[in-house]
Design a protein around this ligand. Structure first.
Ligand SMILES: Nc1ncnc2c1ncn2[C@@H]1O[C@H](COP(=O)(O)OP(=O)(O)OP(=O)(O)O)[C@@H](O)[C@H]1O
Ligand SMILES: [Mg+2]
Length: 261
């Protein structure tokens, strides 16, 4: 469904030339849950921004559902409509209520009518946000804001969720709870997910496949298929969970060593 083929991105800032991404090859199948793990600055957010067409790659190709992104033109509105983007910080508008924030994509994509309003309310209810839906974001806890951000990204029923370290700022237990909620949503809706994280355990818990990245230049150093019997609290006891985690740790550790030499 989605493919990055030999994608590179060069940034030129203050006369410095930075190869942020080099030769990225990545595939995300229909309904597949893919994680990207790597150290700070390896280009994870840049990948998401390229897929979302916020920035253009310097070279290489991006193909989503058979459509190849053009160098000098934005991707069609109907393709953007198929994506939901969840930021590291929820970025809710403080002057809109939680419900208005969540309905915003419906306005943007011209999805009008009672059916869509009901769908928004259904998700608000499901995310446990009913009691604060008519409040302003300023009064929400971090976990609730983040949940509102997730609901907002999904309200227009995207086929592809792009999640850039969505739960990175949350405490461990809240993060875990959000991970399990996300897994439930994914099982029910079957969308494709690209999920970025620093957290190796989170990647192993969530992903069917993990891309492991390294810095300078940002590149993929390994791909890992994760095959856990179950994805719930018992996963942490699965011997393979530890195995996968240490394989990622070793790959990333090796790179850190390489850099130190
Ligand atoms: N617009 C830009 N102009 C210049 N350099 C940029 C720009 N955006 C990103 N970079 C640089 O590209 C590299 C990759 O950035 P990116 O934000 O993709 O990393 P990341 O893996 O998401 O890091 P983090 O884990 O800290 O979020 C960094 O060195 C960053 O400074
Ligand atoms: Mg980032």
């Amino acid at each position: 469904m989605m493919e990055l083929i030999n994608v590179s991105k060069r940034f030129i800032a203050r006369r410095e030339d930075l190869l942020a991404l080099s030769g990225i090859n990545m595939r995300v199948g229909d309904g597949e849950f893919v994680c990207v793990v790597g150290p700070s600055g390896c280009g994870k957010s840049t990948i998401i921004r390229i897929i979302n067409d916020i920035i253009k790659p310097s070279s290489g190709r991006v193909v989503v559902d058979g459509f190849t992104y053009e160098k000098n033109a934005p991707i069609p509105h109907k393709l953007i409509r198929r994506m939901g983007f969840i930021f590291q910080i929820p970025n809710l508008y403080p002057w809109l209520t939680v419900r208005e924030n969540i309905r915003l994509p419906l306005d943007i994509f011209g999805l009008r009518g009672q059916k869509w309003m009901n769908h928004a309310d259904f998700l608000i209810e499901k995310a446990g946000l009913s009691s604060c839906a008519d409040q302003y974001p300023g009064s929400l806890s971090q976990g609730m804001s983040q949940r509102a951000g997730v609901v907002r990204a999904m309200v227009h029923k995207p086929d592809i969720l792009l999640m850039d370290e969505p739960f990175g700022a949350l405490d461990e237990r809240t993060r875990e709870r959000m991970d399990f909620e996300l897994l439930d949503i994914w099982r029910e809706n079957g969308m494709s997910v690209v999920f970025i994280t620093h957290n190796i355990g989170e990647a192993v818990l969530l992903a069917q496949r993990i891309y492991i990245m390294a810095t300078a230049p940002g590149r993929i150093i390994d791909t890992l298929r994760v095959d856990l019997k179950k994805r719930d609290m018992s996963s942490f006891e699965d011997a393979r969970f530890e195995e996968y985690s240490s394989r990622i740790n070793n790959a990333i550790g090796n790179i850190l060593l390489e850099k130190a030499v």
